[in-house]
Ligand binder design. Structure first.
Ligand code: MTE
Ligand code: HPA
Ligand code: MOS
Length: 775
């Protein structure tokens, strides 16, 4: 604790390095595959379907069973209790498909061997006879086949939309296609199951949701939750892809571990992970919008069809969230939006940073763009004409009043700091003379609702121990996936006790220490777990204060917490001395904390409530150059301003904003998922699926936090969530590309580029512009 003497102030609201940063660059941060392997560890590998939809007529596994190194093969019938890991509890996600496969890549059997390579090779020796059934792999095919849904759709409605549309001076209709996205976490899915005494089993996993891993393992084994302990130190990225998609791997490892009574590890190859696990939902949005000549929207009707895959998974809440963001930052006098979570014979699409929100608000930005091109104005003008008001015109399609609106301030600051207006003039001038190269610029806003929309998920627990040397052990229900949750919660605890953050020992997430946790998701990890940890710290501090008052013979009011210790009248007692004294006097120095988000409620049946505790705001501007002969382009500059309230850790928050923006840019520009006619995903490796790399970061990339913003709600330290909202900011890149394309037809034709806006789509857009102006 020598460091304590040099640090004299609270670490809260201070840029503090990520606790794993040095370990990660030094290769010392441990992931599941780095853990020491238990004696006799077996390795599992999955056998996958080679059909998108078929009956399994027969599975001949004889060659698999006798292959070298193989210990056994599991099929659906080997699952002791329920052959299901559906997070939606719809019983539509078998661990191993039994009679029928529903997508190309559907796991059907599991080979268990003495080494991973043996199991992996043997998995290819199975002889499967299928009877093919019709399959639908995309939104259009699913709609054409009748539009089967995987879960109940939602409609949000306010005002008289028919009258709003009919009474408007202008009316536009259109479709926007928004692509899916592979999570591409650096660490693939993985699990290791270690059988214990009796029914006990321990799971080492890479999951955003250890409790759900626990519940699913208990469900497949038919044992109580209490018999399962899940340990989760850190993920090599999750991005939503490890909210539910780890269930299958943990379940199969647990079943194999139980069957062979040995530890079992499973880690799919990248290609298999790509094929098996769900992705961001792609959407087809159909819209009908009425507006007046001043650009003011009068009515919006839209349907949001999403490729959900073969099972419900999180498609219900994801498509709900798309609707919750179909207003982005704008007031609609009348609105009706509905969701279509469509069944398809593809992997089961799932959570991905933004959770449907980005797709909802991008559709909205698309009709803003359409209005602008119709009226011959800058889309930014249309945006400003429609922003939510602060006292009026501030009710959302789900009947929540926007109480914390700072959209105008954010946009005004960014417009100024990015020199948007002058640069737009320059872009227009450039396009007038440049023949081959064309430029575009756009500034787009984001308003993002913070809280899980399913109210009961908005709870968290923590366990804090103070040891008698004054060091602190911290566990909470959240998980670390690189986002910096652990360091932020440690800062909160260090601030509460008035000690340097180094005194707080960060530990793995463990279901035995903090039970019944929610997924670390919806960007609410710090809000929820930070507050739970603070609650635990408060309880311990109360006991320490009461003890100090007696010990140092002062009144309770005279006990003051300061950085480094407590002041009792004239006397200052360092924190570690106080901890020792508490222990000597039998004062309990451990507490579990709890938090539930106040104010929120949501009635899905009526589509009304206050699903969000508060909103996070942001805006971004991008400038691009396209080559009209090849479709190639560059993002020349991006400026970002994000509202994180009073930042708990500006360095971490900036990292989240930068990463979110670039990940969003990759999604909207280069990352394209492509299934062939057989329903096989053919873009299943970095060779065919292009994620952004360091060289794709714009050469000018100005990222700022709105340092004047304070959360109106008393969220932890008056901060705001940061994990997901910045991903949506990347939309400005699409709109800038659209402007460059539209310049070819003198901005008279709405560009309507589908996403991802790959160079091919830019080129096709340019050619469409040429055709339409020639006609
Ligand atoms: N940042 C990193 N480095 N890695 C991740 O996997 N996931 C994102 C975001 N930022 C992610 C990330 C997603 S999808 C969410 S919901 C939040 O982090 C979750 O963490 P938080 O609630 O602590 O912000
Ligand atoms: N966001 C993210 N993950 C979730 C949500 C949500 O609203 N609901 C359930 N899982
Ligand atoms: Mo994030 S998509 O809510 O895991």
């Amino acid at each position: 604790m020598n460091k304590q003497s040099t640090i004299t102030a609270s670490p809260l609201h201070v840029s503090t390095p990520h606790d794993s940063a040095i370990k990660q660059v030094a290769g010392r941060a441990e992931y599941v595959d780095d853990l020491p392997e238990p004696e006799g560890l077996l390795h599992a590998y999955l056998g996958l379907s080679a059909r998108a939809h078929a009956e399994i007529v027969s599975m001949d596994l004889d060659a698999v069973k006798v292959a070298p190194g193989v210990v056994g093969v599991l099929v659906g019938a080997d699952i002791p209790a329920e052959n299901d890991v559906s997070s939606a509890h719809k019983h539509d996600e078998p661990v191993l498909a039994e009679k029928r496969v529903s997508y190309f890549g559907h796991p059907m059997f599991c080979v268990v061997g003495t080494d991973r390579e043996a199991a992996r090779r043997a998995a290819h020796l199975a002889r499967i006879t299928y009877r093919d059934l019709d399959h639908v792999t995309d939104i259009d095919a699913s709609l054409a086949a009748g539009g089967t849904l995987v879960t109940e759709p939602l409609t949000l409605e306010r005002g008289d939309v028919a009258a709003g549309l009919a009474g408007a001076e202008h009316r536009i209709q259109g479709k926007v296609r928004i692509g899916g996205q592979e999570h591409f976490y650096l660490e693939s899915q993985i699990a290791m199951a270690i059988p214990g005494e009796g029914e006990e089993i321990t799971i080492q996993t890479s999951s955003q949701h250890p409790t759900e891993i626990q519940v699913m393992v208990a469900q497949v084994l038919g044992i109580p939750h209490a018999a399962v302990t899940v340990n989760m130190r850190r993920m090599g990225g999750g991005f939503g892809g490890k909210e539910t998609q780890g269930n299958l791997f943990a379940a199969i490892a647990a079943v194999a571990a139980r069957k062979f009574n040995r530890a079992v590890k499973i880690r799919p190859d990248r290609d298999d992970d790509f094929q098996i696990t769900g992705k961001r939902h792609d959407f087809l949005v159909d819209y009908d919008v009425g507006f007046n000549s001043d650009g003011k929207i009068q009515g919006v009707a839209a349907s949001f069809a999403a490729r959900s895959g073969y099972s419900a998974d999180l498609s219900g809440p994801v498509t709900d969230r798309a609707l919750f963001h179909a207003d982005n930052a704008y007031w609609y006098p009348a609105v009706k939006v509905s969701s279509l979570p469509l069944f398809t014979n593809t992997c089961s699409n799932t959570a991905f940073r933004g959770f449907g929100g980005p797709q909802g608000l991008i559709a909205c930005e698309r009709w803003i763009e359409h209005i602008a091109y119709t009226l011959g104005k800058d889309p930014l003008e249309i945006r400003k004409a429609n922003f939510y008001g602060t006292d009026t015109d501030n009710v959302t399609p789900y009947h929540q009043t926007v109480e914390d609106n700072i959209m105008r301030e954010i946009v005004a600051e960014l417009e100024e700091s990015s020199d948007y207006q002058a640069r737009r003039e320059k872009v227009l001038a450039f396009n007038r003379t440049s023949k081959v190269l064309k430029k575009g610029i756009a500034l787009s806003p984001v308003k993002f609702g913070i809280s899980f929309t399913a109210t009961w998920h908005n709870q968290a627990g923590a366990l804090v121990h103070v040891y008698r040397d004054g060091s602190i052990h911290l566990s909470h229900g959240g998980t670390e996936m690189g986002q910096g949750l652990h360091i932020k919660v440690a800062q909160v605890v260090a601030d509460a006790f008035g000690v340097p953050v180094e005194r707080v020992q960060i530990t793995a997430s463990n279901t035995g220490k903090v039970p019944n946790t929610s997924a670390t998701a919806a960007s609410s990890g710090t809000d929820l777990n930070g507050a739970a940890a603070l609650d635990a710290a408060r309880q311990i501090k109360e006991r320490m204060s009461a003890h100090a008052a007696i010990m140092y013979e002062v009144t309770p009011e005279e006990v003051q917490w300061e950085f480094g210790g407590i002041r009792c009248g004239a006397q200052f007692v360092p924190f570690d001395e106080l901890a020792t004294s508490c222990w000597m006097n039998r004062v309990q120095l451990s507490a579990s904390g709890f938090y539930k988000t106040p104010k929120i409620h949501w009635d899905r049946a009526t589509g009304t409530g206050r699903p969000f505790y508060y909103y996070a705001y942001g805006a971004a501007a991008a400038e691009v150059t396209i080559d009209t002969l090849t479709g190639e382009y560059h993002v020349d500059r991006a400026d970002v301003l994000e509202d994180v309230g009073r930042s708990l850790n500006p360095a971490i928050d900036i990292g989240q904003v930068e990463g979110g923006f670039i990940q969003g840019m990759g999604w909207l520009t280069t990352e394209e998922l492509w299934w062939d006619q057989k329903g096989q995903l053919r873009t299943h490796a970095p060779s065919t699926y292009k994620i952004p790399v360091a060289a794709d970061v714009p050469p000018v990339f100005n990222v700022k936090l709105a340092d004047w913003s304070i959360n109106k709600e008393p969220a932890i330290g008056r901060s705001k969530a940061v994990g997901e909202p910045p991903l949506c900011l990347a939309y400005c890149v699409v709109e800038a590309l659209s402007m460059a394309v539209a310049s070819v037809a003198d901005y008279k034709v709405p560009p309507h580029l589908d996403m991802p806006v790959t160079p091919e789509r830019v080129l096709m857009g340019v050619e469409r512009m040429r055709r339409e102006t020639a006609a």
